[in-house]
Design a protein around this ligand. Sequence first.
Ligand code: CA
Length: 372
Amino acid sequence: MKITRVEAFHVDWGGGRNRSAWVRLATDEGVWGLGEASPMVHGNASLEIIASALTPMLLGADPLETRVIQDRLFHQHLKVGPEGAYAGALAAIDIALWDLKGKALGQPVWKLLGGAWRRALPFYASIGGNGRRSVDEVCRVVEDWMRLGPAQVKIRFDADKTARDVDLAGDIAKARAVRRLVGDDFPLAFDSNNGYSVQGAIRVGRALEELGYVWFEEPVQHYHVESFAKVAAALDIAVSAGEQEYTLQGIKRLIEAGVDIVQPDIVKTGGFTGLGDMAALARAYGIDLVPHQTQPSIGHTANLHFVASLTHSHHPAEYNGPRDVQDVVFKTPVRPVDGKFVLSEAPGLGLEVDEAQLGKRMIPWSSSAAAS
Ligand code: CA
């Protein structure tokens, strides 16, 4: 079997909404796979890298050789990356290859990864935008989410990354109000989105410890590994980070700094192949890997397959909420039932595409370099 076609494209969700950056790999045997890249700036840079740099290397390759393909692609144009959009491009390709591999072999991806510890996966509600809300508004949004039956709630603050410690007391008040709302035993997490100084983070972290939060995410700027080390050393609460790391070595640096939970993302870190290496690394260090993932369809489903097969995983999977507009291109929307996402025995990622609907929204990425 050989790869005969690489389509890098946007899916335009209409009405001024965001675009997704997807890739489809087709073969001489008629089997194909779908992948997704990180959506930062609509994934434009990743689509361009796929079209101009990766496509010539993919055409003619055996799609079952996922690890060999990834390493060749990674090293061929390493100086374009290896982080950010470059890793996002590799991720889209790898996810599509695993979807394709599953379809070619008639097996779900979770089984090809080694099997599922559980196929009904609890999720945590990942609730953004709380820095801008009042205490009451935060509580109302959390209450709405509780109706979907999450196993945990994470409140994100989406801080202005050019400022520091803008409202420490207000952030703590929101954390306290949410604790009061959900009761003492319900698992909660707190994500500052890189909003604090080391001292600000320690102050908030001590409040979160008193409030019984499970983890404290990205308290400081992601590139200040030394600051993570100081915060993690000062606090008992688990400090988490890693959604802005793209390489195995980047995750290793965070672990060695003392971060307790690493959170690489399947659409940013080389897909199943890249994330699998990071999981092995985390396990060797005896720390938890809880993937970051906020895309509602392909990225989310790929992440569920990964989490189902993740050894000793005991945290719920991140869920950023349904986006109705993306459901229309699938025959079965990706939704939780009674607080769980259930993976089937369907081959590949198990996503059935409505070709007519997808065709209406597809905008092929055109690259002058790829055409030359
Ligand atoms: Ca985060």
